[in-house]
Write a protein that binds this ligand. Sequence first.
Ligand code: FAD
Length: 305
Amino acid sequence: MKALLICEYREGKLLDSTYELLAFADRLGADKAMVLIGSEAAAPRFDGKVYLADAGKYGEYNPDLHKQIVLEAVARENPDYIVFVHSSYGWDLAPRVAAALRAGQVSEIVGIVDGKFEVTCCNAKMRRSVVPKTARAVLTIQAGAFSFAGEPHGTPQLEQLSLAEAASGVEFVGYEAAEKKDVDLAKAEVIVSAGRGVGKKDNVAVIAALAKALGGELGASRPVVDAGWVEHSHQVGTTGQSVSPKLYVACGISGAIQHLAGMKKSDFVVAINKDKDAPIGEVADVLVVADVMQFVPALTAKCAR
Ligand SMILES: Cc1cc2nc3c(=O)[nH]c(=O)nc-3n(C[C@H](O)[C@H](O)[C@H](O)COP(=O)(O)OP(=O)(O)OC[C@H]3O[C@@H](n4cnc5c(N)ncnc54)[C@H](O)[C@@H]3O)c2cc1C
């Protein structure tokens, strides 16, 4: 079984999420080759073949040309799976490649069980097992679901890829910075986050008070943001911010994969949850089994002393 892994590259740099593709392929037990549309200086640390196409020539993103480059690598490598990270790059390019190959696509894979791909459903409350029906398939993996253990190492065997004809109706112009947020969670050393378990909008103030007492920022899970209790700029997770504070306190948060993907680089995690079996317990250094509305005010009072 062979997997062709499509690297993530942005503004002259290889993104760390590229190594999650390697972790995924290892879990699958697949042979690996990679495609980088970037620069030689950004080549992944990997002992294997990397097809390199010049981003200077083809743009950091160009749906027509990047699709053709991936298809050229597919023709040379004949992989069973073509794998992308489920990022803005992957979710745009993967279906274009799948359609061109008339291959099945499985999106947002979070696990592999007995050779079947697991994807979330019902707002990530449940998982279903999926098997592609086509001999070759395009896959996207959920960011953060497959961690690369240790430091990447290796020397890639680079093979240049270029297109005989590089005509496209689209031109890569550049990136536009997102509007400045009222809070930059990425730089915070302490984050105290409110989850659905806080119960109602008024209770968010209790979580914000603990954040203040600890000299930190308020974070939130997505349902809290969707309910309009907290601004989106505070959301942690795949569709929010990725954070790496020294201390992360998760209050009434279950620990869905999309939330964990955004906070699992925290140095120390304290979770407060009334369910002792909540999945957040798997990543927490300390799990306090308690009602958040009883425990947090008591902790805030202690911290304020
Ligand atoms: C494409 C996609 C992207 C997503 N992106 C994100 C994202 O960026 N960030 C994100 O957070 N989610 C994201 N989600 C949603 C995610 O799948 C989960 O639904 C969400 O993280 C759950 O939030 P929660 O833990 O606050 O709520 P729940 O899963 O409902 O968990 C609530 C927790 O609170 C506990 N609890 C209840 N009452 C109390 C109490 N009184 N005291 C203590 N504990 C209590 C419960 O035991 C439970 O563990 C995304 C989903 C999808 C499909």
